[in-house]
Design a protein around this ligand. Structure first.
Ligand code: URP
Ligand code: ZN
Ligand code: ZN
Length: 463
């Protein structure tokens, strides 16, 4: 038998379905053996995982590294963003190539790959964001799916960025992707009502400060857009994925649609599960502005319920890092805050502490939410998202006893603040392995820049 490169010994293997004690043997970046008492050769690296879990690596299907947005560029580029991911137990990220109106989608894909390929430290893939719909775009959908990008994104807002898709575009794109096994992710907010409310509260911006961001985006603006997008999915038979769902009403709408048999899935993020809009009232409230914004405690509760009962299937982060200098551009006007926050580095341990530790989620369910479901729905399973012979050796050795207090200064992200500053975690990744290579140890990056690969993903993902 050829010598193993790596053995992870004595750990408790956790997949979405099972927990069992075994050694994991790795060769050529793949898991080749699962068994007991695997024998190392003279050059085999051995990691002792006694008392620890061995998860499939986290998969964050929603990050925006070096995104030009709000007059600036998000502060974690592909290199540092993927380093941060590795430090937090994430071994795969999906970012976005956003079509420039009037240009082919593939032009954006190639530009994004040129930025990412030489720099990524873990594996990554891209969604294609459709901002234009015409015969050329329609014809390009098949080409993009065949290229390895079966998942598309459409923004129901962001007119000024030139990213907005109207209902007709959304309908057409759902119809076209349905034929080819693709899916459409939507950023769902009601653009016209939002614009009206933003202008209304902007008249009193000095009175409201950052809280104006919340007042101008009430829950019904997300709910209405989700219901509309669901209707187009129902009418076309297309697969719809609600990104960064932030409201209880959204979860209700998704639940009702799924009960009717509509092909809709939903993602939420730690900021919507763990924070509420009181954060905007603090001195640095503007730092927390994301889009959609953080809602009320009852929304968080409903989203947790959705995660528990399967109505919400995926946790991702919408990482879009802006540091305090970049956020300062708001200068008292909530309309000018660059929207976004760091997240990929803390997703897995936060969801462990809060989901498993405090809410009684099983560790298997955690693995489903942050790894297996994303791998299945986004066309990466079983290469990613599980611990099995033949799968990529993307592994997290997770210490359930390790105590860490979140501090921006200790994290890899380029962000100088953190939405969860001072939060106490119990459970943290001790080693992250990407295709058999150790890329992070105890929250510090130890891998190689450029180790990551672009992932060609398969269509027809489902759960
Ligand atoms: O605040 C956010 N989410 N910024 C990134 C763009 C988006 O809407 O996903
Ligand atoms: Zn969005
Ligand atoms: Zn986003």
């Amino acid at each position: 038998m050829p010598e193993l490169e790596l053995i992870v010994k004595n750990g408790n293997i956790v997949t979405a379905a099972d927990t069992y004690k075994a050694d994991v043997g790795v060769k050529d970046g793949k898991i080749t053996t699962l068994g007991s008492s695997l024998s190392p050769g003279p050059d085999t690296k051995v990691i002792d995982a006694e008392g620890k879990y061995v998860f499939p690596g986290g998969i964050d299907v929603h990050v925006h590294f070096q995104l030009p947005f709000s007059g600036t560029v998000s502060a974690d580029d592909f290199e540092n963003g993927t380093k941060a991911a590795a430090c937090g137990g994430v071994t795969t990220v999906l970012d976005f190539a956003i079509q420039t109106k009037g240009h082919p989608i593939m032009e954006a894909v190639e530009a994004r790959r040129a930025e990412a390929d030489p720099n990524v430290c873990i594996d990554y893939g891209l969604h294609a964001a459709i901002t234009d719909w015409n015969p050329e775009t329609q014809a390009e959908i098949k080409k993009v799916i065949d290229y390895g990008i079966p998942t598309f994104k459409m923004f129901m807002i962001y007119k000024n960025e030139g990213w907005m898709a109207d209902d007709g575009m959304l309908f057409n794109a759902l119809e076209e992707t349905a034929k080819l096994g693709g899916h459409i992710g939507v950023h769902a907010e009601s653009v016209d009502v939002l614009e009206m409310l933003i202008e209304k509260y902007a008249k009193e911006k000095d009175k409201w400060g950052a809280y104006g961001h919340t007042l101008s985006r009430p829950c019904f603006t997300e709910e209405e857009a989700i219901i509309r997008a669901i209707k187009w999915a129902e009418a076309t038979g297309g697969q719809l994925y609600i990104v960064h769902m932030s409201t209880g009403e959204g979860a209700d709408a998704v639940e009702a649609a799924r009960k009717k048999g509509v092909n809709v899935y939903a993602e939420t993020c730690p900021q919507y599960l763990l924070l509420d809009d009181e954060v905007f009232k603090g001195e640095n409230g503007h730092l927390y502005a994301t889009c959609p914004q953080i809602k009320k405690p009852h929304d968080s509760e409903r989203l947790w319920e959705g995660l528990a009962n399967g109505e919400v299937q995926i946790v991702a982060t919408d990482t879009c890092t802006f540091d305090t200098k970049q956020k300062a551009a708001w200068n008292g006007d909530f309309r000018k805050i660059p929207f976004g926050m760091p997240g990929v580095e803390t997703m897995v341990p936060l969801m462990y502490t809060e989901g498993v530790g405090k809410r009684g989620f099983s560790v298997n369910h955690l693995v489903a939410l942050v790894s297996t479901n994303p791998a299945k729905l986004f066309g990466m399973y079983p290469e990613k998202g599980t611990v099995a012979v033949g799968s990529d050796a993307d592994l997290v050795v997770f210490d359930p006893k390790k105590k860490v207090t979140i501090k921006a200064e200790n994290l890899q992200t380029n962000c100088d603040w953190n939405p969860f500053e001072g939060w106490k975690l119990e459970g943290y990744p001790s080693t992250t392995i990407s295709r058999g290579k150790v890329v992070a140890e105890d929250g510090k990056f130890v891998g190689e820049v450029g180790h990551g690969r672009f992932l060609k993903r398969k269509p027809y993902g489902k759960l």
